[in-house]
Write a protein that binds this ligand. Sequence first.
Ligand code: NDP
Ligand code: N5H
Length: 257
Amino acid sequence: MSNLLQGKNIVIMGVANERSIAWGITKSLHNAGANLIFTNRQERSYQKLTKLLEKNEVSAKLIVSCDVASDESINDAFSEIKKNVGVIHGVVHSVAFANRDDLKGEFLDTSRDGFLLAQEISAYSLVAVTKAAKELMTEGGSIVTQTYLGSERVIPGYNVMGVAKASLEASVMYLAEDVGKHGIRVNAVSAGPIRTLSAKGVSGFNEKAGVIEEKAPLRRNVDQDQVGDATLFFMSELSRGITGEVLHVDSGYHIIG
Ligand code: NDP
Ligand code: N5H
């Protein structure tokens, strides 16, 4: 327990279930005293979230539906948040999507539609969300997204999502410049492999997690709580001098050649 985020209103996007990285983040931000607002796309995620909140005795200020594929949905969600909560101080962006077919075989075979879909949901969404959130962040604040090493290196199978994460990380830099003058910071956490619903059913996950245990300096995989605490750092004043940054929470794997 700390009071690093006491009195801060923070929007969390992307809790699908108890394994979601966004749920690890929820626990860290809640323990730091934040008031939390959630957005979901699917009804199933809303049901899971309400049960999780109840079980963990976390009370949400508001839960709104938001499909980042639609500008209207994003604008409606943030209008609802403005109406009910007023000022916000942070946004956690923890959403991504690519067609399962594009997450195997060769990147070369990616279709135009598959490429654009991954970019739209996984990268452009941060731009649209930052624009909508900025209007409510009148006291400054922090925006944090989630990325993966496949943006910097070729990681077999990550394919179209690697290119989308490269776009996301470049967007972090350009957005950081635009909103910095309003006292808003934008950063990303680059997590190592974590078994979540998204990771399920895509081939290659076990192998990637195994390599971390073997080769990463810390010789162990990371978990949602470690990403949660790193995101808390970015959300809090402890990171007030940092923006446009990508912080690796991966047991140090990214330094190994
Ligand atoms: P989850 O499956 O738990 O979360 C993915 C979330 O994306 C879901 O809550 C889903 O919402 C949401 N989402 C997908 N499409 C949309 C949309 N159109 N509009 C709104 N929300 C949408 O997986 P993770 O926690 O693993 O993923 C969270 C983030 O972490 C992603 O950006 C991922 O790339 C990143 N990451 C994950 C790693 C891992 O190993 N797991 C490693 C590094 C980064 P819904 O369920 O309602 O559809
Ligand atoms: C190199 C790897 C292993 C290959 C894994 C690729 C993972 C890509 C992430 C995207 C987000 C997965 C995805 O879109 C899956 C969907 O096609 C199907 N799943 C769903 O629709 C579920 C129900 C919903 C909840 O999922 C979403 N996203 O909405 C990378 C791994 C070692 C690390 C990893 C898993 C990274 C990452 O970015 O998630």
